[in-house]
Design a protein around this ligand. Structure first.
Ligand SMILES: Nc1nc2c(ncn2[C@@H]2O[C@H](COP(=O)(O)OP(=O)(O)OP(=O)(O)O)[C@@H](O)[C@H]2O)c(=O)[nH]1
Ligand SMILES: [Mg+2]
Length: 332
């Protein structure tokens, strides 16, 4: 049983790269499994999948915002637009069902009436249980994103976030789109107080609700650019209505434009490799603490190694982990 319990990673990788739906699902399951045997195979799977595409291919888009603002509805509208132009899309939706319903939100699948998506090979949606209270990005999301990046044009992560949890989404996405709601003063407060990093794009949804949407958009626009993430990107604020399907094409354009901006300024691969390094260090820190990081050679040595081996961050992570564990074991 143990032999067949997990798929052969190298064969699985070949099927994933071809976008085979069952293989993608099985790869994600493997990455989500914490048994030691599964972890070893997951590391092999990621090593087999790694390549240039991780540096400059595809587009990782984070969609975040407070509960009930219409993130799933908006994403459903974006997906229709993307699919209409033949682009393939994978979504990791952090499932809000484990927290109290605040805005009457529903899973993306419901919003899309997803039965038809099962017949669309260019669309893949996986809901993940929210594993930390604030709905931020949990650790499995990182390798899952990179797996999906090998076979879809767009990889979108939907998370619920207010304030500090956006830091997570900004640490994994090329482009962060924050969805706000008309008359939501707290968004503006968060930005002003510096709790929230400025996203790359703001979408004020429910524009069909009238003038309050315009006011919210201009309030957000007035905050002005703060060069937190990229230096000369002026964040756009767009008015959209997911239910009326208005403003969606502009939002699609802004998302594309941001990717072009990153690629054109040479910052896309730098951003990605910085994100990868950040995740490796965070995982090691979570698992072994600062002491573990010191055992593995220290933060700057690890960073230097990872910068040198930009296509094999997962292997570097695994190596550092093994080095730490073997030191713990031999210290016994
Ligand atoms: N009037 C109006 N209502 C909208 C619009 N978009 C979404 N809604 C409604 O807002 C509610 C929440 O929509 P969701 O798409 O589930 O919001 P969400 O942000 O994904 O919610 P969570 O994932 O629970 O945080 C639903 O009742 C939607 O019908 C819009 O453009 N206009
Ligand atoms: Mg939702």
């Amino acid at each position: 049983m143990t032999q067949d319990r997990f798929p052969d990673p190298e064969r699985l990788a070949q099927r994933i790269v071809l976008g085979e739906r069952a293989a993608v699902a099985s790869g994600l399951n493997l990455l989500d499994n914490t048994l030691p045997e599964a972890r070893a195979r997951a590391a092999r799977l990621l090593a087999a999948l790694s390549g240039e595409r991780w540096l400059t291919g595809g587009h990782i888009v984070g969609v975040t915002g407070p509960p009930g603002v219409g993130k799933s509805s908006l994403l459903a509208a974006l997906i229709r637009e993307w699919r209409a132009t033949g682009r393939t899309v994978a979504v990791l939706a952090v499932d809000p069902s484990s927290r109290p319903e605040v805005g009457g939100g529903a899973l993306l699948g419901d919003r899309l009436r997803i039965k038809s998506a099962a017949h669309d090979d260019g669309l893949f949606i996986r809901s993940l249980a929210s594993r930390n209270q604030l709905g931020g990005v949990s650790t499995e999301v990182w390798p899952m994103t990179w797996l999906l990046l090998t076979c879809f044009d767009l990889v979108v992560i939907e998370t619920v976030g207010v304030g500090q949890t956006e830091i997570d989404i900004a640490d994994i996405s090329d482009t962060v789109c924050f969805v706000a709601q008309p008359a939501s003063g707290d968004t503006i407060q968060y930005i002003k107080s510096g709790i929230m990093e400025i996203p790359d794009i703001f979408a004020v949804n429910k524009a069909d609700m009238g003038s309050s949407a315009n006011k919210t958009a201009s309030d957000i626009g007035r905050i002005g650019s703060r060069p937190d993430r990229q230096h000369d990107w002026e964040y756009p604020v767009c008015l959209v209505s997911a239910t009326h399907h208005s403003g969606i094409d502009q939002l699609v354009n802004h998302i594309d434009r941001h990717r072009e901006y990153l690629a054109g300024s040479g910052s896309l691969d730098l951003l990605r490799s910085r994100h990868q390094r950040g995740w490796v260090l965070r995982l090691l820190q979570d698992e072994f603490g600062s002491f573990g990081i010191a055992i593995a050679g220290g933060r700057s040595a690890l960073e230097a190694r990872m910068s040198e081996h930009r296509l094999s961050q997962f292997s570097e992570y695994q190596n550092a982990r093994n080095a730490i564990i073997s030191r713990f074991v031999s210290a016994d």
